[in-house]
Design a protein around this ligand. Structure first.
Ligand SMILES: [Zn+2]
Length: 446
């Protein structure tokens, strides 16, 4: 089997590319069994989503979209059809104050659970709380209680505890999700979910993309064919560790040969992390996930580290940030340009399902910083579409996109247009075909 991609734009020149046995082959070698005419469209190394949550994204595909406001949540839940277990599962709520009483107003009839768009909180209605109590005491510290001691329905950072008490869901179809991601040109993904169980990690291997897992516990091996990436540490702002405790965790990861990937979305957690890294020492590959708020005075301290950021949140909810974040901190949100200029390895990612999954939308957000109301937020932090694309083409933070060289795996994305045209109007519709190890995972007509 050999596929010849004819007349593709590669590194600015129009030429042919031969693929044999899953790898890029020397031109002219052996018999060609299939030909694809690229018509001058750009052929690039495949895109990488450097931070997303595959299980949650697959589950979100089977859930009700809750919407941004309380009215949106009500409108979505009102007509929602319960699943096989009689539950309604909704995700992406932007209502910070939602509670059981509010949900009972809309759907008192069946158990309902609604995930906040941060991913850090579930809100259950009374029927869902009753169903949960039938399976044991509500004894997790994340179960919020009112002054009367009664659960409010709000349950924070208790996903594993909650999962044990919910009806078992059928395993999500990760193969289908992988094909959807390939439709965007994505050939590699880094799952950022912490503390994966062996079963959860094994299930993720069903995606056709190259897979890196930040949640492989220290001292355990990833599933075959999967890479254990840096070790994920979440800094929960309501319960920050002390610097020595964090330094010890970082030290353990480093001793196990793993850099760390530390979740930080506030200045407090960022300061804490920098102090802890000072004690623990840095290891190449250490990265900060999100760096959602970086005050100007800390930019210099981040030099030499990697930041895996998500300006897609600006496109998704930047108008909320404009209201809730003081104006002099708007540039602190999901910084790109200043970090890049300070020598930080900045790469883009989606954080899907919490941020928009489409890497082309993320690219646009990084280069325009436009919010849903059409205005930019912190426009001085914009990077060029080319810089944004390069970070999506790079296999890991700080690693340059690889040129298409014979012998390398044929992980490729073919566009309908030359690169200059694609960068002028970046859009997922530009993706014509996506190949992982030479196999076509996604192809559009034409
Ligand atoms: Zn995440």
């Amino acid at each position: 089997m050999a596929l010849l991609i004819r007349d593709a734009e590669i590194d600015g020149r129009r030429r042919d590319l031969l693929i044999r046995d899953g790898r890029i082959a020397v031109p002219g070698s052996g018999v060609v069994t299939e030909v694809l005419d690229a018509g001058g469209g750009a052929l690039l190394p495949g895109l990488t989503d450097h931070h997303l949550h595959l299980h949650a994204l697959a589950a979100a595909r089977r859930s009700v979209r809750a919407g941004r406001t309380r009215a949106d949540v009500s409108a979505a839940l009102g007509p929602a059809v319960p699943d096989d277990h009689g539950w309604i599962r909704a995700v992406g709520s932007g209502d910070d104050d939602l509670d059981a009483r509010e949900l009972d107003r809309v759907r008192p009839d069946v158990p309902v659970r609604v995930q906040h768009r941060s991913g850090a909180m579930w809100v259950l209605n009374s029927a869902a709380l009753a169903a949960l109590e039938g399976r044991g005491p509500l004894d997790h510290p994340g179960v919020e209680r009112g002054p009367d001691g009664v659960p409010t329905g709000r349950i924070l950072r208790a996903d594993d505890w909650l999962r044990d008490r919910l009806p078992a869901a059928a395993p999500p179809d990760l193969g289908a999700l992988g094909r959807e991601l390939a439709g965007y040109g994505i050939t590699a993904v880094t799952d950022a979910t912490p503390d994966l169980t062996p079963a959860a990690a094994a299930a993720l291997a069903d995606v056709p993309q190259r897979l890196t897992l930040l949640g492989v516990p220290l001292g355990t091996a990833p599933p075959p064919g999967v890479e254990a990436g840096p070790y994920k540490i979440v800094l929960t702002d309501s319960d920050l560790p002390d610097p020595d405790e964090l330094a010890a965790r970082i030290g353990q990861a480093h001793a196990a040969g793993r850099p760390v990937a530390v979740h930080s979305v506030t200045r407090e957690s960022l300061v804490l992390l920098l102090v802890a890294l000072e004690t623990a020492g840095r290891m190449p590959g250490d990265r900060i996930e999100h760096a959602a708020l970086v005050p100007a005075e800390l930019i210099g301290s981040l030099a030499g580290l990697a930041v895996v950021t998500q300006p897609g949140f600006l496109a998704d909810r930047g108008d909320d940030y404009r209201r809730t974040v003081p104006a002099d901190e708007h540039a602190d949100l999901y910084r790109c340009r200043s970090l890049h200029e300070a020598g930080v390895a900045v790469v883009l990612s989606s954080d899907a399902p919490y941020g928009p999954v489409d890497p082309w939308a993320v690219l646009r957000a990084a280069s325009t910083r436009e919010t849903p109301d059409g205005e930019p937020l912190g426009p001085e932090e914009a990077i060029t579409p080319r810089q944004a694309l390069d970070s999506l083409l790079s296999p890991a933070p700080g690693v340059a996109p690889r040129p298409l060289r014979p012998g390398d795996p044929a992980d490729l994305v073919l566009l309908h247009a030359p690169l200059s045209e694609a960068l002028r109007a970046p859009d997922a519709a530009l993706v014509r075909a996506t190949l992982v190890a030479g196999a076509t995972v996604s192809a559009s007509g034409g």
